[in-house]
Design a protein around this ligand. Structure first.
Ligand code: PBG
Length: 331
């Protein structure tokens, strides 16, 4: 880079002297178009249940979804992501509830698609962890997570969700080879327009705690997810994961968690010209919001974190702050 000039001729503070010049020279900005809102689902009627570890986040019964979906649409948020809290009685060793066409996600997909048509995009996770009695994303046998047997189930789960009206299938399981198999099955079943948003770069992170609480997988998880989710010491491996998923047919990819992995977002974006979505995960959300509620930091912190994802190269952000921030942007 060539620096054309030096102090005192050059004073970088001149371009920061007023709000108007800061606005004029800003390199990144943020709008509601950059947001994806996660929504948690629960069985029952007419209920909205506060999640203990996630301030201001609720589990909704399907009949109550209109309140939050209307809000997202009014706020011009392009897509929502659905996550189920499965009744513990329905969980088993193989996560069979994931293939029940009347499970929570399927019911919600049908309900929202029928009511809202194409007004908002629908994304749903493909993985077994909300449905298994051991809390893992895959089939567990003799202490090991089986890869190919899990992929067979994920393909079925993807087809089911796509048939129920899901627009964007998001495999979050980190099994090898699942993107290619899912793409092939979708195409074979006339579902070639259903997109795949791959959680290509998903770290075995300590920041997922509140989410596991939200989907009821926290206290039942046996061991950890380190044999399939990535080691947080690694960066190059992220590029290998992304390149494989692109070859297998991913339309977009996720880097997850968010803030501790800005370097990875930038590296992926610099190397692959594909939409990159950052996931600001539950632990990040709860820490920031608790800080705000306790007046340790102020509310602008949220925007600062979201802009940092854009600066690193993300096209959009999955965040539990989506409605809150989109509402503020309208003002
Ligand atoms: C499940 C899944 C997880 C998250 C999204 N999908 C948790 C996990 O892998 O244990 C985490 C999201 C969050 O923490 O906000 N496959």
């Amino acid at each position: 880079m060539i620096i054309t000039g030096k102090y005192p001729n050059l004073r970088l503070r001149r371009n920061r002297k007023s709000d108007w010049i800061r606005r004029l020279t800003q390199e990144n900005n943020f709008s509601a178009d950059d947001l994806i809102l996660p929504i948690f689902l629960v069985d029952g009627k007419n209920k909205k249940i506060q999640i203990k570890t996630m301030p201001d986040v609720y589990r909704f019964t399907v009949d109550k979804l209109t309140s939050i979906v209307d809000e997202a649409i009014n706020n011009k948020i392009p897509m929502i992501a659905l996550f189920p809290y499965t009744n513990p009685k329905l969980k088993d060793n193989t996560g069979s509830e994931s293939l029940n066409e009347n499970n929570l996600v399927c019911k919600a997909l049908r309900y929202i698609k029928k009511r809202y048509k194409n007004e908002i995009g629908l994304m749903s996770d493909v993985a077994l962890d909300p449905y298994t009695s051991h809390g893992h994303d895959g089939l567990l046998k003799k202490g090991k997570i089986l890869n190919d047997e899990t992929v067979d189930l994920l393909v079925k789960q993807s087809l089911l969700q796509a048939e129920m009206g899901c627009d964007v299938i998001a495999p979050s399981d980190m099994m090898d080879g699942r993107i290619g198999k899912i793409r092939k099955a979708l195409d074979k079943n006339n579902l070639e327009n259903v997109q795949i948003l791959s959680y290509a770069v998903k770290y075995a992170s300590n920041f997922y705690g509140p989410f596991r609480d939200a989907v009821g997988a926290k206290n039942i998880l046996k061991g950890d997810k380190k044999t399939y989710q990535m080691d947080f010491r690694n960066r190059e491996e992220a590029l290998r994961e992304v390149s494989l998923d692109i070859k297998e047919g991913a339309d977009m990819i996720i880097v997850k968690p968010g803030l501790p992995y800005l370097d990875v977002i930038k590296e992926v974006k610099d190397n692959f010209k594909i939409p990159v979505i950052a996931y600001q995960v539950s632990g990040e959300y709860s820490i920031i919001l608790t800080g705000i509620k306790n007046k340790i930091i102020n509310e602008n912190t949220i925007l600062e974190t979201l802009i940092s994802f854009k600066r690193a190269g993300a096209n959009a952000i999955i965040t539990y702050f989506a409605n809150k921030i989109a509402k503020n942007l309208k003002k």
